[in-house]
Design a protein around this ligand. Structure first.
Ligand SMILES: [Cu+2]
Length: 117
């Protein structure tokens, strides 16, 4: 019987800990996550250019670009910024982002190696 009570106690503590964890998650700034296709990214320099541009957007929390898959993983606060604003920031830096076409002037100003062939 004692064992049973101890087990029940343990279970309720575990459940409580789980609740607390969920709450902590929800107390974060409700980050959204987006995978943005960046088909014209080619090298580390492209990654740097796009990363810098996206980090300047208010509401963006983090960005990680997968160079092999040509996808940008962006965490952002959907209350502060919409996905299209992030796509536009990438386009303004000279790269296509999902359906948003790159700014030609910005693209033409990129280093030779980073321009689309
Ligand atoms: Cu490049």
């Amino acid at each position: 019987m004692k064992k049973l009570i101890a087990l029940a106690l343990l279970l309720s503590v575990a459940a409580f800990a789980g609740d607390k964890k969920d709450q902590q998650k929800m107390d974060m700034s409700h980050p959204g996550h987006a995978m943005i296709s960046v088909p014209t990214v080619q090298c580390d320099n492209c990654v740097k250019t796009i990363t810098a541009a996206v980090k300047k957007v208010d509401g963006v929390e983090s960005i990680k670009i997968d160079l092999d898959k040509k996808v940008a993983h962006v965490n952002f606060d959907p209350k502060k910024v919409k996905l299209v604003a992030i796509e536009k920031a990438i386009a303004a830096s000279g790269y296509d982002a999902n359906n948003v076409k790159r700014n030609k002037k910005a693209h033409d100003a990129l280093p030779q190696c980073c321009r689309s062939k």
